[in-house]
Design a protein around this ligand. Structure first.
Ligand SMILES: [Zn+2]
Ligand SMILES: [Zn+2]
Length: 335
């Protein structure tokens, strides 16, 4: 099923014509639970990885407050999905006593000492074929972006460490069928649930902090006149998983350090945004028309959290690429 973003409540570029020159397209990925194959674009799905290329690992030291087994995460989700899909009498537990015990055991996590020493195999986060994602950046000669991460907190921002791998799909002859996996992960929210994608291109305008100050102030003044639509939430940057477009500079911190740059000094451009929610619960104006509430639909997994990831306290993880060289790796920012 395709996914269709409703038209914006109004054409903001008609109100502020100077915005037209700042319009960018982005591709909303619209991940939804499924069973993607290696030949398909996906979130949390299998990667088209050559059998003769070493699987990437993280060599850093890891700490986790309450690590959780990777297989336990899958078990937990299976039990909750099945439980919520069953009907039960009001007041009755939707889980059997055995399921309840398993859920509590897994949710409690393992002792911090359960972390094995040694390199941690990375886990697949996304695989994007250029043919599916019009706004995907691919360096010359490549047509596939594979995104992996180390599922533990890294650095001052406490986010998973992201690794990018571009390749040409036709170069992959034999595929690695059973890649190494970590025994435990730092958080169940760092394990993306397998999703197929329904890419859709939409138009965005810069977030307030990316606008010239004078224009930003005029837009604020216009909003203060009692407009229902809000520039930040409804008219500028799309929520959810997306490729390209404008960065969303506002959910959590002021844009600092701003502008972001690569350690080499070159500017960076938005490559991919990872988001725990596909639309916000407020106005919800970005909610695809196909994702309507169906009476009796189980609340788990939630309709607008299909990937089951969560960054910080419901923020986004913005992945940028260096404009000087794709070899320079990802610059990430939690926002
Ligand atoms: Zn790591
Ligand atoms: Zn660089």
């Amino acid at each position: 099923m395709t996914r269709t973003t409703p038209p914006r409540p109004l054409d903001i570029a008609a109100v502020f014509p100077e915005l037209a020159a700042l319009a960018r397209t982005t591709t909303r990925l619209h991940p939804r639970p499924g069973a993607p194959a290696v030949g398909e674009s996906s979130v949390g799905g299998p990667l088209l990885w050559p059998v003769d290329e070493a699987w990437p690992v993280c060599e850093e030291e890891h700490e986790a407050h309450r690590p959780v087994g990777l297989e336990d995460v899958r078990t937990l989700r299976r039990i909750l999905t099945a439980g919520w899909a069953r009907s039960c009498a009001p007041g009755e537990d939707f889980l059997t006593p055995e399921e309840r015990e398993t859920v509590q055991r897994i949710s409690a996590g393992r002792p911090a000492g359960a972390l094995a020493a040694g390199p941690v195999p990375l886990i697949p986060v996304a695989q994007l074929y250029a043919r599916d994602v019009p706004d995907l950046f691919c360096p010359e000669g490549t047509d596939l972006l594979q995104v992996l991460w180390c599922p533990f907190d890294h650095g001052d921002a406490y986010v998973p460490a992201v690794r990018l791998r571009w390749r040409r799909a036709a170069d992959v002859q034999a595929v690695l069928m059973d890649p190494p996996r970590p025994e435990v992960v730092g958080s169940q929210y760092y394990v993306p649930a397998p999703c197929v994608l329904h890419p859709e291109q939409v138009v965005e305008y810069p977030a307030g902090d990316d606008l010239p100050e004078e224009l930003r102030e005029r837009i604020h003044a216009w909003e203060d006149q009692g407009e229902d639509a809000r520039y930040q939430y409804d008219l500028s940057v799309a929520p959810g998983w997306k490729a390209g477009g404008w960065a969303a500079w506002w959910t959590f911190t002021d844009p600092w350090p701003f502008p972001l740059s690569c350690p080499c000094g070159a500017p960076v451009e938005p490559l991919l945004t990872l988001d725990g929610a596909e639309w916000d619960g407020g106005s919800g104006s970005w909610r695809p028309v196909e994702d309507t509430d169906v009476p009796g639909l189980p609340p788990y997994p939630s309709l607008n959290g299909p990937t089951q990831i969560s960054i910080g306290r419901g923020y986004t993880l913005q992945v940028y690429r260096c404009t000087a060289s794709a070899e320079h790796g990802a610059v990430t920012h939690m926002q």
